[in-house]
Design a binder for this molecule. Structure first.
Ligand code: SF4
Length: 416
């Protein structure tokens, strides 16, 4: 049996920097609520963060909060409360965890940062590029707090991204300017938006470079590290802080490569993870894969915050393009091609599809994709049934057995 030491994730030194800026992020939003000269905007994770930042709003991301509820394993205390309020157990368990926590007047921010409650918004902004649930989620809070909600209704399941798709979203983004001027009390400054998009571009490029260090054999980082260290690119897009952070993280990953340090000691197999993380089970999964000397080196999820198209010279147009062309918003054909490219780039031995019960939007095992990839590429695949936050949908024992059997299959195919 591998020792417990060998199954623990290797500590990333930049984690102290990460913790400091994440704490600042939440504390700044909390202070803004108490300061009449500052305003708070809630934004969806792939929503128009740069535009809100350009108006000087302090940002708060309900999905990030919901992931905290999941990773602290509190979601199942809250989901039934939202269910009782009429929100189905079948819809996004981020939404139901978050609404339930709000109805119970609890937040993990209290334990983590001594923040009493989530920051009351002055405005809520969404983009349905990822799903409809975010619109319903923010609409709930718009009614609760009696504050305005603005949104982009994106073209869905885009196959070939056409000019008219981008122009449509660009116009929707531009139409947010007037209401945001009114709500923020600030006039729109084009330079401020250019700067936010420039910083977003720099941050997201660095994030891409961090993730791409995992193409090295052995990989210096795992998907499980990625689910933590993606925090700043989700909540601090458009800010210098994210840029500074990812410079440090990238240097550390490059040093690991130079010094031959593997994230998983004795890496034998390299996997791709498709779908949402199972937030409440990251640690046992990370330990199981490490004990099997298997590194999950790449994922659709962590890549979701790579936005190659940002261009500070064309901020509205490039935001429209970047936020519409994301993986989750594409046709099955484009998604399949994307995963096939990732398999080659990251030298992947097998793919795990997490079929998340309450997030069909980010589950790609339902329309034959694993079978097609197996057939076309000869790549082994495993489907794990579970959920992002609702652990009632996940059988840990069954997943454990299936993962073990999958690794045995990889051993056999490699002739080990
Ligand atoms: S993409 Fe999935 S997990 Fe994210 S908000 Fe939408 S339904 Fe929830």
């Amino acid at each position: 049996m591998p020792s417990a030491e060998n199954t623990k994730r290797k500590k990333i030194k930049a984690t102290s920097h990460f913790k400091r800026i994440m704490a600042e992020h939440f504390l700044e939003a909390d202070s803004a609520v108490k300061d009449d000269s500052q305003k708070v905007a809630w934004c969806t994770s792939v929503g128009p963060a740069e535009l809100l930042t350009a108006f000087g709003f302090k940002l708060y991301f309900p999905e990030n909060h919901a992931a905290m509820l999941g990773s602290t394993r509190k979601s199942n205390d809250y989901i039934p409360i939202a269910n009782a309020a009429g929100y189905s157990p079948d819809i996004c368990s981020y939404l139901t965890s978050d609404v339930g926590a709000y109805l119970k007047n609890q937040t993990p921010l209290t334990k983590a940062y001594e923040i009493e409650s989530i920051p009351k918004p002055d405005v809520l902004a969404y983009n349905t590029n990822q799903c409809r649930d975010v619109q319903e989620w923010l609409s709930y809070f718009s009614r609760e707090f009696n504050v305005p909600i603005l949104g982009v209704n994106a073209p869905k399941a885009v196959d070939v991204l056409e000019e008219h798709h981008i122009r449509d979203v660009e116009e929707q983004l531009k139409s947010m300017v007037k209401p945001l001027e009114r709500i923020s009390g600030n006039k729109f400054e084009p330079e401020a938006l250019n700067e936010a998009v420039r910083l977003s571009k720099e941050g997201t490029t660095l994030w891409r470079e961090v993730l791409e260090t995992a193409a090295h054999v052995p990989s210096p980082l795992t998907f499980f590290d990625g689910t933590i260290h993606m925090g700043p690119i989700v909540v601090m897009r458009g800010l210098q802080k994210a840029v500074d952070y990812y410079k440090e993280l990238k240097t550390e990953m490059e040093d690991r490569i130079k010094n031959g340090i593997a994230a998983v000691e004795g890496e034998r197999f390299r996997l791709y993870w498709d779908g949402m993380p199972i937030w409440g089970k990251l640690r046992p999964l990370s330990e199981q894969f490490a004990s099997l000397k298997t590194c999950i080196v790449a994922s659709t999820y962590c890549n979701s915050w790579i936005f190659d198209s940002f261009d500070p010279n064309e901020p509205f147009y490039s935001m429209a393009k970047a936020y519409t062309e994301i993986f989750i918003n594409r046709s099955e054909r484009i998604k399949e091609q994307y995963i096939a490219d990732m398999v080659k780039k990251f030298k992947i031995d097998g793919i795990i599809f997490h079929d998340s019960k309450t997030c069909p939007n980010n589950s790609n095992a339902r329309y034959g994709m694993p079978a097609r990839l197996r057939e076309n590429m000869g790549i082994p695949t495993l489907i794990i049934s579970g959920d992002l936050n609702d652990l009632r949908c996940y059988s840990e024992e069954q997943a454990k057995t299936n993962i073990e059997a999958f690794i045995e299959q990889l051993e056999e195919s490699k002739g080990e």
